[in-house]
Design a protein around this ligand. Structure first.
Ligand SMILES: [Zn+2]
Length: 280
């Protein structure tokens, strides 16, 4: 993989030692960030990195978000204390950044909605937006046109004790993985250290491996949940399923249930929030 020289990867420390959220800094005439990290990330990681490069936070003109989750976008207010930057976010998650603007008192007119296929010419790069719903509704990959390097955020998560983490839809997630697996990806910068490589920078072969592992992780989770429902003596609630599968992250459970219902593997009794599920 040849990542463009102007692309720099920063590890923003997060939770347990060794874990991080990725921020990509594009050093051109102006500075563009892909993701902004956590509240602490500008002070702890982004600004110190810029100082090492003899660049300043005032030069940040653009922040493109892979998605509007706290660990990827809560650094924005600290960045805006120094920079007059535009914030780009997929149209399905614009409201989340507007909420942050209201909470943290920054001007929401700097927020720009983006959608699939948009090409942003920023910091001397052509950056294409590729919508990858699943982890969240408005997750995107940012593709550097020239190198075909993809900045993927949480759109390809691999496996792990608590992965995949799906807030929006497992059906959409698998569909996004499928679309990505048919693209000529030369390399990727992923949002966290995902197994099996645990590295943020992946070459083309490692991306294909991560895609395969990600497909397998969803299938394993679906099979497991179906098995739990098949073995149960009675219909189960969300709370029951959470207790029976304590390693599965709670937001993922309803998305997998929806997929199993859609595919006729299980049935749903009643309506939110009192639903019960049982195997056919
Ligand atoms: Zn996320």
């Amino acid at each position: 993989m040849s990542v463009p020289l102007s692309f720099r990867h920063i590890r923003c420390p997060f939770q347990q030692p060794g874990y991080f959220t990725s921020v990509v800094v594009i050093l051109g005439d102006s500075i563009t960030l892909i993701d902004a990290g956590l509240t602490s990330s500008p002070r702890e990681a982004i600004f110190p990195f810029l100082a090492e490069c003899h660049r300043s936070p005032e030069e940040i003109e653009n922040v493109i978000l892979t998605h509007a989750h706290g660990d990827h976008f809560e650094g924005i207010p600290s960045i805006l204390e120094h920079a007059n930057a535009s914030i780009y976010v997929h149209e399905l998650e614009t409201h989340r950044v507007i909420d942050l603007a209201t909470r943290c008192n920054f001007d929401s007119s700097r927020i720009q909605s983006i959608t699939h296929g948009d090409i942003l010419s920023l910091s001397e790069r052509q950056l294409e937006i590729f919508h990858c719903p699943g982890h969240s509704a408005g997750s995107v990959c940012v593709i550097d046109h020239e190198s075909q390097v993809y900045v993927t955020g949480d759109s390809i998560q691999g496996r792990g004790i608590d992965r995949p983490l799906l807030f929006y839809s497992s059906i959409a997630y698998v569909n996004s993985l499928d679309r990505l697996s048919r693209r000529p990806i030369s390399g990727a910068i992923v949002g966290h250290p995902f197994p099996p490589r645990m590295q943020p920078l992946l070459d083309g072969a490692a991306v294909q491996e991560l895609l395969k592992v990600s497909f397998d992780a969803v299938n394993t989770l679906k099979n497991r949940m179906e098995q739990v429902l098949t073995n149960a003596k009675r219909p189960l609630s969300l709370d029951d399923l959470g207790r029976l599968m304590p390693d599965v992250r709670p937001p993922s459970i309803p998305t997998i249930l929806t997929e199993l219902v859609t595919h006729g593997k299980i049935r749903q009794l009643g309506h939110d929030p009192e639903c019960l599920w049982f195997a056919n």
